[in-house]
Design a protein around this ligand. Structure first.
Ligand code: PHE
Length: 445
């Protein structure tokens, strides 16, 4: 299929913003603060930064190079680069992971829309009661999935790119404003202490896996999102500098979100370890105390919903591109059928934070509730596992040398040094570290 029917990004900025839009989302503002809170704060933050630099960015470059070289979805890209019948399984794992992550991600994304109204109308329904109400949970989940479907139906340039372009910068400005306010709250300094002053005795195997999983989740890696987005990228672009820009911006937003949350959390005397509800309980306390808090709160949740939307769109785009490229389905048919599937798979997650007690109290792999189990399996395990195989695939099967040829197209000469560092990280550091971290968590070695 030629690229004109598959679609390409309309401009250089378009790609950067769409890839950044995929990366920035609930991962930065919802998941990162509560995972940091559960894993000891500053010690986690350090491990997280190390994972982004040494593993996340190299895998990001690897995915983009595969996508741009083959112009295909993860399954098609792998098939084009190797004759082996086993490797495509990694692509299928990615496609399936997209469906599963979207199934719970869109539930949480639905909360952001609900919080626009809760803030606007000063709702007195408690967060717990809201989570336990099956109708709101399924309703907002369906609404968010519908929005995602609408954007993805529009295709690459008119749908995904146009939406990503407009609102990301506003989110950054609001975050800066919120930090300024949060730091003035009484007791804010103990939050800063928790968030920025590491206590190394708190680092355990679980901390490292949580940091690695969070890096993959936040950078949208390990399931072929960046292969797919790279496949719409023109040969004129410098993949390396684009990857560094995306990685840097995504990390910046997460770190800033922590600076909003932790001072306010400690100031309000709340527990950092409470899990997925964390930001949804802390943020309203900020908006209540803040001058013009209603307006700021509404604006914040609108922007968070949009940030989540540019991520859900990229999650859906992976299986859509797979069906379009590999099965010859139309974009519309793929989008509708996949959305219906995601809706069905997501219902237990939507009902698992209070609505149905069996799903709420279920325990598996040290996680409580169906949604948390899904988040662990597909966020913390499946993404790093996919990243493990992709780093071996690009580093050793397709080979780093061939990937470097692709990467040097559109790059300038100053990238040569970066490219050799990249080759070493991808071939040696990424597979070994991921294997050790996953292995010791799952099998205890
Ligand atoms: N990176 C997105 C976020 O941080 C989530 C995501 C994960 C998107 C995997 C695509 C693929 O919110």
């Amino acid at each position: 299929m030629d690229t004109s029917t598959r679609g390409t990004w309309g401009s250089r900025l378009g790609f950067i913003l769409a890839a950044t839009g995929s990366a920035i989302g609930l991962g930065n503002i919802w998941r990162y603060p509560y995972v940091a809170g559960q894993n000891g704060g500053a010690a986690f933050v350090l491990m997280y930064l190390a994972c982004v630099l040494a593993i996340g960015i190299p895998v990001l470059i690897a995915e983009l190079s595969m996508g741009r070289h083959t112009n295909l979805n993860p399954v098609g890209a792998i098939k084009k680069l190797s004759k082996s019948r086993l490797w495509p399984a990694v692509g299928y794992l990615g496609v399936a992971t997209g469906v599963f992550i979207l199934s719970f991600y869109a539930v949480v994304a639905g909360w952001t829309v609900a919080f626009v109204f809760r803030t606007l109308f000063h709702s007195t329904v408690s967060f717990g009661d809201f989570l336990a109400d099956p109708l709101s949970q399924i309703g907002y989940f369906a609404l968010f999935l519908g929005l995602t479907l609408y954007v993805v139906l529009g295709g690459v340039e008119k749908g995904i790119e146009r939406w990503s372009k407009i609102l990301m910068p506003i989110l950054l400005i609001i975050l800066l404003g919120l930090i300024a306010f949060s730091l003035t709250l009484p007791g804010a300094s103990s939050g800063i202490e928790f968030y920025l002053n590491p206590d190394f005795s708190k680092i355990t195997g679980s901390t490292v896996l949580a940091a690695l999983g969070q890096a993959f989740f936040s950078l949208s890696l390990g399931m072929g999102t960046m292969i797919t987005y790279g496949s719409y990228l023109s040969k004129k672009e410098n993949v390396i500098t684009s990857a560094v820009a995306v990685g840097f911006t995504d990390t910046l937003i997460a770190v800033l979100a922590g600076l909003v949350i932790f001072p306010a959390l400690f100031s309000a005397g709340l527990e950092p370890t409470q899990g997925p509800g964390l930001v949804f309980t802390v943020l309203p306390t900020i908006f209540e105390q803040m001058p013009a808090g209603t307006i700021v709160g509404v604006l914040f949740f609108v922007l968070l919903a949009i940030a989540a939307l540019t991520s859900t769109v990229s999650l859906l785009e992976v299986p859509v591109a797979f069906l379009v490229d590999q099965r010859g389905w139309s974009r519309a048919k793929s989008v509708w059928i996949l959305s219906a599937l995601v809706f069905v798979v997501g219902i237990p997650s939507a009902l698992s934070l209070g609505a149905v007690s069996g799903l709420t109290s279920m325990e598996l792999f040290g996680q409580t509730s169906f949604l948390n189990v899904m988040n662990f399996l597909f966020g913390d395990v499946s993404l790093p596992l996919g990243g493990f195989f992709l780093s071996i695939f690009v580093g050793w099967v397709w080979t780093a040398a061939k990937a470097k040829e692709e990467l040097s197209i559109g790059a300038d000469s100053s990238s040569t040094l970066l490219l050799s560092a990249w080759g070493i990280l991808l071939r040696y550091v990424c597979p070994v570290v991921i294997l050790i971290v996953l292995g010791q968590k799952l099998f205890g070695f």
